[in-house]
Design a protein around this ligand. Structure first.
Ligand SMILES: *Cc1c(COP(=O)(O)O)cnc(C)c1O
Length: 363
């Protein structure tokens, strides 16, 4: 990619960031806008950092249309710590929760919650290698559940929800790790959403959690303070030192999303990019996508040749052309192209062009 020699990086995470975000960070690196120091060297209580985190929060609120009745938290511990924080904080009455298991992350989340209460796995697509999102009927939902849990985009298997379960008064909790800011969402349909930054937002180290205020304050007193959402909320994500630099980069990404026209505009581009790639796969005689048509992810496009040796050859030859990290997750093999917000349409077109040539040369 020109003189910068950057690859098209299809990694599932940590993943590509917008070039302009990296360039802004580079120009701010040793002296952040006249402060005389790097963001990495600043006190998290300084005026400069206060402005960074407040602007980041406000921009995220604008982008996701988050009402004042929700808290936005900048946490640590990745998506994985949320698997524990959710049950620890939300098991407040019946200590029961419904889970739909659509992949390895959902399964881990359910297993973690089962340490603290009763987990009812309503449906699972594990028998079919998580190649679809199971349909559920609200008659089977646990009426007195404390919450209902889904993984809205399944990073490893390339599926996503195009609908939401009708959970009534039971708060819906969603793992948005690999889809936050990729498509429009009505946040008021959820009690809590979360996601690690390293897929669509910024570097690893910060985890976003957006939680309805009326779900705060139920954590048992004996749990560690760092695991209590209310303590983080009451301290504006500054109960302890937050992951300052990751928050700063996430803030730059939020500004970039705004410059692109916001989430709705990016959704259009994402649908276009994914559409081009799925069409190329469906039209090919060599490649196929194992995922049910209606459940295909916009962010993680999974495909195979059906021959492991050929898959390996594909990812190796693609890499030599600067199309990198196209290997599928170690648990499923094949190929996976993660095409998050920051992947330009040119990157997707370069991949499709390579697929055409590879198919011709390996017939
Ligand atoms: C990556 C991922 C996780 C785990 O995130 P960590 O930040 O590594 O803990 C959880 N859920 C989904 C959907 C993911 O893609």
């Amino acid at each position: 990619m020109g003189t910068l020699n950057r690859n098209y990086n299809f990694s599932a995470g940590p993943s590509m960031l917008p070039l302009s975000v990296l360039e802004q960070a580079a120009s701010d690196m040793v002296n952040y806008r006249g402060s005389g120091m790097s963001v990495m060297e600043m006190s998290h209580r300084s005026k400069d950092f206060e402005s960074i985190i407040n602007t980041a929060e406000q921009d995220l609120r604008d982008l996701m249309h988050i009402p004042d009745s929700y808290k936005v938290l900048f946490l640590q511990g990745g998506g994985s710590l949320q698997f524990s924080m959710i049950p620890l904080n939300l098991f407040r009455n019946s200590k029961k929760a419904d889970y739909i298991v659509t992949g390895a992350w959902a399964k881990k989340a359910a297993q973690e919650a089962a340490k603290f209460g009763t987990v009812n796995v309503l449906a699972s697509s594990e028998k079919d290698i998580f190649s679809y999102i199971p349909k559920v009927s609200s008659e089977n939902f646990t009426k007195d559940a404390d919450y209902f849990y889904i993984t809205q985009n399944n990073t490893i298997y390339g599926t996503r929800y195009t609908w939401l379960p009708e959970t009534g008064n039971v708060p819906l909790v969603s793992d948005l790790s690999s889809m936050i800011l990729s498509e429009e969402l009505d946040i008021t349909k959820f009690g809590l959403v979360f996601g690690g930054a390293q897929k669509n937002v910024g570097p690893a180290g910060v985890t976003l959690a957006i939680i309805k205020e009326d779900l705060l304050g139920f954590a048992p007193k004996e749990i560690p303070s760092m695991l209590d959402y209310k303590i983080h909320a009451d301290n504006d994500s500054m109960y302890n030192t937050p992951p300052c630099y990751s928050i700063y980069i996430a803030g730059l990404t939020f500004q970039w999303v705004k410059e692109q026209g916001g989430v709705a505009a990016l959704q259009k581009i994402n649908e276009h990019k994914a559409g081009l790639l799925y069409d190329a796969i469906d039209e090919s005689k060599m490649f196929s996508c194992p995922v049910a048509n209606e459940d295909r992810s916009l962010m993680n496009v999974v495909f195979v040749t059906g021959d492991e040796v050929l898959d390996k050859k594909f990812t190796a030859e693609a890499k030599a052309e600067g199309l990198v990290n196209l290997g599928g997750h170690r648990s499923v093999g094949g190929m996976r192209a993660s095409i998050y917000n920051a992947m330009p349409v040119e990157g997707v077109k370069a991949l499709i062009d390579f697929m055409h040539r590879f198919e011709k040369n390996n017939r």
